[in-house]
Design a protein around this ligand. Structure first.
Ligand code: CTP
Length: 397
């Protein structure tokens, strides 16, 4: 995927700038056309000549050092991908805030190409809420973040903040290029979060779903060029271009999904939908002194099973299965019973996986009998694997 691709390599001012030389070399060796852009700070750590000698073009450092009056728009428009390694807290902050204060940040704002940001800084800076918020903002907008590793830092300190290994950075650029806009033209409906079934005006029957996996799926689909409708019960960040429908109950989710699903190419039911709801909803708050209430439950609609029954030709239907026992067997029965194409099964008792965590470990079961395991990874990476499986299934048929 790197062969013949034009990649802007942004290098900002941190000690890890020396490692960008290796990133540059590997990209060039893989056949990419590398255009280096250094910030003023970066030139204090490594020489411009080094990058000019190794890259495919001479290094650029300023908006004004060139005959071209608008180098940033040229660089941004012509790039197939932009990678920033290392990315300092300043560059990350400027990019997240939309502030252009040098050639690199101007290029980042001027490009529509996929962007890979590889932060490197001291642990205290990396963990600062401002930096974490900025990184989360960029990730939500579809920027691929290659998280820093733990290890020895400048000045002999230890901790997380070390630039990821050059081969991981190059692999991320390769992956971003191969998945960039591979979902363009598809309309994807994603549901997220746990439904809340009211008991009275202040209480509800709910579940532990945080909605993080569903929102990560929406962000991933949007980053790959899909038109996204996100039906969600939670207020987590959503992709800027998505249609977001807020719902509370299973019945509301069912209605919202019905409205959009028939014309969708892909429907992913990541929501944890209540199976039962109180048969009667009290109009006024139930008072303690009135005694222990008896709450009679009734079944809700099974949204996924309904979608399976009405599935239009060409649609790919994906369910989730949160299990505590016999994960594969239960998930595979759901795949058949609900008429889905794929089921993403996770063992919610496994460490680091399932509800509320930022990470997940799943196995994606395909109706053709094959499956693929996704080892413990952040929910965005799980989302990537889910849509890659969706596209593979669509190409099969
Ligand atoms: N689902 C749904 N409507 C429901 C219940 C579940 O659409 N009323 C969907 C979920 O969004 C998920 C899949 O069905 O994609 C499996 O959900 P899960 O809760 O694991 O399965 P259930 O059918 O509810 O079975 P059980 O709770 O007995 O495991």
């Amino acid at each position: 995927m790197l062969e013949g691709r034009r990649i802007v390599l942004g290098v900002s001012g941190g000690i890890a700038a020396y490692k960008a030389i290796e990133v540059c070399r590997r990209l060039v060796d893989a056949g990419a056309h590398v255009v280096p852009v250094m910030t003023c700070g970066a030139t204090r750590f490594v020489g411009e000549t080094t990058f000019s000698a190794l890259a495919s073009e001479r290094v650029r450092t300023s908006l004004f050092d060139d005959a071209d009056p608008i180098p940033h728009t040229r660089l941004g428009q012509s790039a197939d991908a932009v990678v920033v390694a290392p990315a300092t807290a300043r560059v990350i902050g400027s990019y997240a805030a939309g502030i252009s204060n040098d050639l690199l940040t101007a290029t980042l704002l001027a490009t529509e190409a996929p962007v890979v940001v590889c932060p490197a800084m001291h642990t205290e800076m990396w963990q600062h809420p401002a930096v974490q918020d900025n990184v989360a903002t960029l990730a939500r907008r579809g920027v691929r973040i290659v998280a820093p590793e733990s290890g020895r830092l400048a000045g002999g300190d230890q901790g997380q903040g070390r630039l990821a290994a050059p081969q991981s950075i190059v692999a991320a650029v390769d992956e971003v290029l191969s998945t960039a806009r591979d979902m363009a033209g598809l309309h994807v409906v994603v549901t997220a979060g746990g439904t809340r079934e009211p008991i009275d005006p202040v209480r509800f029957v709910g579940n532990r779903s945080s909605g993080k996996q569903g929102h990560a799926l929406a962000v991933e689909a949007a980053a790959r060029g899909a038109k996204v409708t996100l039906v969600t019960t939670v207020d987590l960040p959503a992709p800027a271009a998505a249609d977001v429908v807020r719902v509370e109950t299973a019945a509301e989710m069912d209605e919202a999904v019905r409205t959009v699903a028939s014309a969708a190419d892909v429907v992913v039911m990541a929501a944890a939908v209540a199976d039962f709801r109180p048969a009667q909803v009290a109009e006024r708050k139930l008072k303690k002194h009135a005694g222990v209430p008896e709450i009679v439950l009734e079944p809700t609609v099974d949204i996924l099973a309904g979608l399976g029954e009405r599935k239009p030709p060409g649609q790919t239907l994906v369910g989730f299965a949160a299990e505590t026992d016999r994960v594969r067997q239960n998930a595979s029965s759901k795949l058949v019973a609900k008429g889905a194409d794929l089921i993403v099964a996770n063992d919610v008792t496994a460490p680091g996986a399932g509800f509320e965590h930022d990470t997940n470990r799943v196995v994606i079961l395909n109706a053709d009998g094959t499956d693929r395991e996704v080892p413990l990874a952040d929910k965005r990476a799980v989302a990537r694997a889910v849509f890659t499986a969706v596209l593979d299934r669509r190409h099969q048929s």
